[in-house]
Each structure stands twice: as C-alpha cells, then as structure tokens.
Design a protein around this ligand. Sequence first.
Ligand SMILES: Nc1nc2c(ncn2[C@@H]2O[C@H](COP(=O)(O)OP(=O)(O)OP(=O)(O)O)[C@@H](O)[C@H]2O)c(=O)[nH]1
Ligand SMILES: [Mg+2]
Length: 284
Amino acid sequence: MNDKSIILLGGPDSGKTNYVGRLWHSLDAKNCRLIAAEQPSEIGFVLDTAEHLFQGRFAPRSEHADDRRDFEVVVCSPDGSGRAAIVIPDISGELWQNAVASSEIASDWMDELIHGHGALLFVRVGSDLDVRPLDWVTSRSLLAKVGVEEDRGKLPTQVMLCELVRYLELTMANGQDGKKPKLSVIVAAWDRVDPGTFEQGPVAYLGREYPLLAGRLSDTKKLDVQVFGLSVVGGDLAVDPEFRDRFLEHGLDDHGWVAVYDTETGAWRKDVDLTLPIAWAIGA
Ligand SMILES: Nc1nc2c(ncn2[C@@H]2O[C@H](COP(=O)(O)OP(=O)(O)OP(=O)(O)O)[C@@H](O)[C@H]2O)c(=O)[nH]1
Ligand SMILES: [Mg+2]
C-alpha cells in the first residue's frame, strides 16, 4: 500500500480544522471520489469537529498554538483501487505564522514537508485575522524611519502564504513518476462571496485580493497547482440563522461543496464531493 502524506498549511482562522472534520464525514459516507477503506483508529479531534458541525456551528479555532493533530486514514477509490494511507497533520495557523516570521520550521514538520506527497494551502474569505496593511512596503520604511521596529507578528497574510509556497517548493520532492508535487489551494468560506464573485471563480478572487500570492502560484514551475473554492456546510452557520435552521433540519449529508472549474462548460460549479482537493493532491 502507498503511504501518502498530505500537509495542510495556512494562517490562523483559515478553515483547516473545519475542513478536516467535514472531510471525514465525506470519506465515511463512501459516495465520493475517495472513500475510507478502514475505520481509522484515533480520530477523536476529527469527530469533535464534526460534532460541532452536526450541532449547527463551526468548530472553534485550534486554541493551543502548539497543537498538532494528525488525521490518519486509509483511503481508496470506490472500486477499491488506489489504496493509500494518508496522514493529514492539522497544525495551528499560528504556528505556521510564527515559523514564517522567525524563518524557523520545527524539524518534525520539516520531515512532514520533505515526505509530503501533496499539500493543501488555505486562505479564507472574510477572516478577521487576515492581515492586509494598505501599503506594507511604505509603512515598513516609515516605521524604520521613526525607529519603531517592524512587528513581524503582523506579517501580511499574503506574504506569509508566499513564504509557505516557497517552503513547499524547496522541500517537496517530485513523485516517483517524476511528476511535480501537487498543491491544492483552497479558498475557504466560498459560500460568503456574492454570485458574481462565485462566477468569476477563486482564481480571479486571489488575483484581486492576494495579487502577490496569485502571481507566485502562476509563476511556480515546481508545483502543480489547482485552486478550489470550499464551503464545508454550504452556507454560513455563524451569520445566517435561516440557513442554520435549514441545515439543522436536513443534516450534514447534503451540505457542503467545493467549487471546481469545469473545463467543458468553462464555468465554475459546485461539486458536492468534498474529497476532491485531497484526491487531486494525492494524484488519485
Ligand atoms: N462561512 C464559512 N465559514 C467558515 C467555513 N469554514 C470555516 N469557516 C470559519 O472560519 C473559522 C476558522 O476555521 P478553522 O477551521 O478553525 O480554521 P483553522 O485554519 O483551523 O484555524 P487555526 O486553528 O487558528 O489555525 C470558523 O470558526 C468559521 O467561522 C466555511 O466553509 N464557510
Ligand atoms: Mg485549526
């Protein structure tokens, strides 16, 4: 059996943990591109996250900055082929942020990156923790002029994400087939955008909101990149009580989707298969 390690990266509050919780439910339902081949042994945190969603609220952010939780599961295609054990470490966004700010990555994640077969990079629509100074180059030199040390903790989100992409380029090796490592870029909370923005798609959104990152992703020659929009339950449980009521009535099963680009129609569409970003990253 193949062992595949998928790494989740992204800043704080970017939707990683809620995705992992929702993902398990999809793998377990066994009607997606990837299905769970065995019952995983230790999935306490994943079940906790799913439980929050079942009760109609998003799971809270990973509180402890030193939290690292691995979700290990054996997956395969619905016909039983392509069996692979995947390990998905959910590392708190604060840790990624600190790693970039101090240019130091803990050795155990470094191993994870080096042995990674693919990665998921998260950004989220409407996060309060998104750091985006109007003009960070000017403000940085202004700060220097008045003798205030730059606050590295307030690194703009897209600068941090570009650094994470660089880490991936440096560490992830090509597959045995010589193919480039795969990166799924996930724009989480994609249910929050208006229909026009949905139609233009998450690639255009990144180009507008995170131009540095978008440029970096289109320039990379070392990674095979695919962008997805994601909605773990298909709406916003926190701000839309009507949606929440409907959700509670019908349950998790029919809720949640990824936005994928349909090459046939040339349009972005919702696909209820929440395993697609993982399937893409492991090359299934
Ligand atoms: N509308 C909407 N909001 C979402 C979705 N997924 C996550 N969120 C929101 O994003 C917040 C953060 O999600 P988490 O999954 O905790 O993010 P994280 O990346 O694990 O954050 P850290 O643990 O801090 O690294 C949630 O509390 C929700 O408010 C989604 O699909 N739709
Ligand atoms: Mg988390």
